[in-house]
Design a protein around this ligand. Sequence first.
Ligand code: IFM
Length: 450
Amino acid sequence: MAKLIFPEGFLWGAATAAYQIEGATLSDGRGESIWDRFSHTPGNILNEENGDVACDHYRLYRQDVKNMADIGLNAYRFSISWPRIFPQGSGKPNLKGLDFYRRLIEELHKYKIKPSVTLYHWDLPQALEDKGGWRSRDTAKYFNQYAAFLFENLDLPVDRWITLNEPWVFAFIAHAMGVHAPGMNDFSAALQVAHNMLLGHGLAVSSFRDIKRKDEGIGITLDLKPVHPASENKADLAQAARTDGFMNRWFLDPIFRGSYPQDMVEIYARSFELPRAEEEDAAIIAEPIDFLGINNYTRTIVRAGSSEDDFMGNPLNPQEAEYTEMGWEVYPRGIYELLTRVHRDYGPLPLYITENGAAFDDELNSDGTINDKRRINYLQGYLAEAWNAIQEGVPLKGYFVWTLMDNFEWSFGYSKKFGLIYVDYTSQKRYFKDSAYWYRDVISRNGLEV
Ligand code: IFM
């Protein structure tokens, strides 16, 4: 049996997001978010579910932190709900909202769990959506004000700050494909959203530098996927390069190289409106960051699409592969491919896997156990490949499982279970899955036995 030991000080965490777990959407002065509005609009969410109660984490957070400590986590990534802090998006802050996060951080510190705080995980205040949402440049400015307020007033040590979670998903799935809040189908609008989000990110990084907090640093989390051509033929190879431009480079390049990838600019310009930008934007977006967070679950294989402007291509799903309940291929080598590629093309800088995990059809047995062997295999496979990347010199500093406990999986409602902990939504009782015990052993050994 081989032992794959991770570097000393490696962060072992789990990640969550406010709207997916907190519930208490009407408590203590929280304002409406676009996800409240979207999930309460019939037809948007499977079984008409919503995040009104979710895991009731707003009330049960102490128990949840204790569960993290029992697993042995030394890090926890969560997001702050913007409408709890600024119910109208800007203007008068709601100090009761801020207090909740203070209590949560204090509880984490009690168990020596390092907080990683995401400022934006998709729950925009509805009041800002009513003024044009992220399509409007003003939202970048409001985001920066909200971020600066937290940098100044969340006066407890936060290990790491993450400006945005998965801007690709928020821009395109929510504005071009209509599947997430606010539910639009306009690709040009999605490009503008992506630009304004990146601008908000850069402004917040500058505010962080100005305020001189003593925390470890600030970065952004991107969802990245290796894109493979279906064959070595020229058309498939060109397709893979375009799909990679759409999914990965459109965000990596402006952040690390100060400009959008030229091939994609030309393709988009032929069919859509390019984002309106001001001269200083490129430099703001490229404001240096302290680390990059990567969310990775799967890969994409593409065959050439209908034209040389097709940036999505035709997906190919190999029959022999294993798939999760999301229909995502289990492809552990992908995390190695991404880590080494990002390090080579955009590094060097510290990297974190800020999300990785799998939804399976877990069942609660009558004795309270959940035997989620497939999740253990999934996590073990991905972690072994992350370890391989470290051996090649990639500065991977931490790994966060998605997710701590089953929760509201956006348009899929509660039907998809990604957690290390099973949640009975009727009683709000939590049950450790086998994967939680497995992860506890990994953390205590600081590595894997494979
Ligand atoms: O649940 C989501 C999370 O909010 C963002 N990353 C992917 C997860 C699984 O779909």
